[in-house]
Design a protein around this ligand. Structure first.
Ligand SMILES: Cc1cc2nc3c(=O)[nH]c(=O)nc-3n(C[C@H](O)[C@H](O)[C@H](O)COP(=O)(O)OP(=O)(O)OC[C@H]3O[C@@H](n4cnc5c(N)ncnc54)[C@H](O)[C@@H]3O)c2cc1C
Length: 346
């Protein structure tokens, strides 16, 4: 079976790799180079997504937690467990009992994946781990585990596995329309944010709609003593403060945009992230402390008015010999790829 996969982000890479493992002859087409779009602009977390529990997405969280463990087994040189603190304040944000229940449920869903369980830390213990954290009202923090990776390096490792297994990668090769691949037995559209552009080159309306939600990060040139999840002041949203190569990664935003192209982080998003950081942490961060700002566009299945509540699940649409993939997460890309490969070879 000769199969063409369009898009060498993490979803296309994992799908192509799964297909060669199943014996297909696979060509992976990428209009730029692998991992140059959304897949390298992530928060670099392999995670279940603690916050998705609030939305009741238990199945997705369970799948993601298992997928997290698989990445760590396969590529321990490119990802590692990470302890995150979730501070609890007296009058602001979610109360301790709710956070505690979430952590216990997260542990339960991660059962068997080999990660340590979450635990409560006193305010004094938290201050030792993160001396710059706002102390007013601080009751303590839950410490729990996820994993951290270098998205570009791990994504390129998948590409290497694909090529070593006999797959062919064709870079700087844009597929303008599905018809251009008519010589193949099967085609997979893994163009991420651009998946609908390709779908529209086939007849009929697409079965799914996408929400294009930009997320931005900033990087501060200072070490981050402890990874943290904090609530944006005055909002329900949370943001991350994470260590990254002796620097501090802060993100993310959620800005709905009308199409898939990435305009980069706006001034407003940068201020939003700096303000959120400075509400909780000293020394305060100025623009001059920033060494980088980047953004990516999430291709989310349209499912909610508020992008924060939108599902991170994925969906497939089969049109003739073409399988279109919509939505998903970095962490679960191997599951998506396996499922896509099984479906397209049927
Ligand atoms: C700010 C942010 C933070 C995130 N953080 C996390 C996280 O910490 N953990 C997590 O699990 N998930 C995270 N995600 C989600 C995750 O990054 C995405 O779900 C995932 O990267 C999407 O991958 P993709 O392969 O679908 O898309 P992409 O990586 O965008 O890949 C699509 C590829 O298709 C190519 N392409 C498009 N059209 C064509 C064409 N016509 N011909 C040839 N090539 C084409 C593009 O050039 C691109 O390389 C985050 C997302 C964002 C935006």
């Amino acid at each position: 079976m000769r199969v063409a996969v369009v898009g060498a982000g993490i979803v296309g890479a994992c799908t192509a790799w799964a297909l060669v493992r199943k014996g297909a002859e696979v060509s992976l087409f990428e209009r730029k180079h692998p991992m140059t779009e959304t897949s390298r602009a992530s928060s670099k977390l392999l995670h279940g997504g603690l916050r998705y529990l609030e939305g009741g997405h238990l199945c997705l969280v369970r799948k993601s937690l298992q997928a997290r463990a698989v990445w760590l087994q396969q590529a321990p040189h490119l990802c590692e467990p990470l302890q995150l603190l979730l501070p609890v304040y007296a009058d602001v944000g979610r109360p301790r009992w709710i956070v505690g229940m979430g952590i216990r449920l997260y542990d339960l869903l991660a059962r068997g994946s080999g990660f340590p369980k979450g635990r409560w830390l006193s305010a004094e213990e938290v201050a030792t781990l993160q001396p710059g954290l706002l102390r007013k009202g601080l009751q303590g923090a839950y410490a729990f585990y996820d994993a951290q990776m270098d998205d570009q390096a791990l994504g390129n490792w998948v590409i290497e596995q694909f090529c070593a297994a006999g797959g062919t990668l064709q870079c700087e090769h844009e597929i303008a329309q599905i018809d251009a691949l008519s010589g193949f037995d099967r085609i997979v559209n893994a163009a991420g944010p651009w998946a609908l552009d390709l779908r529209r080159t086939q007849p009929g309306p697409p079965s799914y709609a996408l929400d294009w939600v930009r997320g931005s990060h900033i990087v501060l040139d200072r070490p981050c003593p402890a990874a943290m999840l904090l609530q944006i002041p005055g909002e329900k949203r949370i943001f991350f403060v994470l260590p990254r190569r002796n620097q501090t990664l802060i993100g993310t935003t959620e800005v709905r945009q009308p199409g898939p192209d990435n305009p980069g982080p706006s001034e407003k998003e940068i201020d939003y992230l700096l303000d959120a950081h400075n509400h909780y942490l000293t020394p305060v961060a100025l623009r001059s402390d920033m060494v980088e700002a980047f953004s990516g566009v999430r291709p989310l299945l349209r499912s909610a008015d508020n992008p924060s509540d939108a599902t991170r699940e994925w969906a497939f649409e089969r049109v003739g010999k073409v399988l279109h993939i919509y939505g998903g997460k970095w962490t679960t890309a191997q599951l998506q790829g396996e499922e896509a490969a099984t479906r397209i070879l049927q």
